[in-house]
Structure formats: C-alpha cells, structure tokens
Write a protein that binds this ligand. Sequence first.
Ligand code: SF4
Length: 232
Amino acid sequence: MQTSRSTHRTAATSGSGEPADAALVASRLADLHVEARTELDHRDAVELLVATVLSAQTTDVRVNQVTPELFSRWPDPAALAEAEEAAVAEVVRPLGMGPTRARRIISLAQGLVTRHEGQVPDDQAALEALPGVGRKTAHVVRGAWFGHSLLAVDTHVGRLSRRLGWTARTDPRKVEEDVVARMEADGTGADAEELTVLSLRLILHGRRVCTARAPRCGQCVLVDHCPQVGLA
Ligand code: SF4
C-alpha cells in the first residue's frame, strides 16, 4: 500500500480540493472507455433486468457464468414465473444465496407476467414496484436498454463521485442529485444517454483503475484534475 501511494504522489498534479470538471471527466473517460455498455450479457430487456437483479452482491462476470443456462431453461418471464424454486436455486447457486436469488427472480417474473404481459415496462415507477427492483436497477435497464439519460449509482459510481469531489454524501439518491447538479453546472449531461454512459464509464473506471482499496492514480487519465489524487 505504501509503495502504491508513493507512486500516486509522484504522478499527482492536482489534489487541489476543487471538484473535477464533470465535462472534462466525461470526455476523458469517453476517450478511454470508448464502448460504454453494461458488462452483463443479455439479449433483451427481460434478460438485462433479471441479470441486473442477480448482480446484487456479486460480480457481472459471475452472473454471466450462470445466465446462459438460466435463460436457456426458462427463456421468458412466463416460464420463469412457473419454475420450481429449487431448480432455479441450483442454477444460480454459484452466486451465493441461491434460494434467495431464485425466489427474487421468480417473483420478478411473476410480476412481469401479471402486471405487464411479460414485458419490461419503460416506466420508472412501474419498474420500482416490481419485486427486487430498486431505483438503480430501474435506471440501468431504462438507460442501457431504452436509451434514457439516467445515472445508476452503484458502489463504483458512488466512490468515484466522492473522490472526484462531486459529492460528499453516501446515500445513492443524494449522490445522484449531486452528480446530476454537477454535470448541469459544468455544462454537460443534457444530451440523450449522457448520464447513462457516464455511469457505465465510471463503473468501468472504478473496476479497472480507481479501485476501492488501491486506486492506480499513476495510470489514471483524471490524475491532473482529481482532488483526491494520492489521497484516496
Ligand atoms: S485513480 Fe481515482 S483517486 Fe486516483 S486520480 Fe484517478 S480518479 Fe482520482
């Protein structure tokens, strides 16, 4: 850890305490992470919704390892709604909490069938009313599948937003408010999908560079504008 921090300081040119310019961050992350897309494999909105619900407390890589069999055996909400819980639990068992995850996605499928004719609604309130779906999941699906501009605040987006000085808060809803306000103040965030692609790129950057325990400031394209360089 000590070695890593020394490297950060050598590379540091900011650390001013001033929030990073949101437009500049968006532009640099766009150059670095050109293809902004979710790393959850999916072929339609239902698969994206189910995969996103399954991704709670695990990684996208692990989810991608179980969804091919899951979607092959129960290929639509009608099939999943009728599935035997123990059979689904066995398929999602590698993610941990197999029975809980199985109940969650079966209930979700039942909600889709009974309330939305097996379709994923492009409606924030309707999505959040479904079992297991919160604001972040609804934003992921509406942003990545339906093309809306929505910030999905997960652990990476929250951490980077705090390190970049855009917020000091930890509640995801408050983080979202602060980041959206920051983007508007810095003259970005107005275009279609802008918040969606920003959150996808912040997630990629959080996984690959600005990691929770050992941020690689010396390799970071934001190093000259980050108030937390070497301090995170
Ligand atoms: S790795 Fe994180 S803390 Fe370090 S400069 Fe980049 S954004 Fe800032």
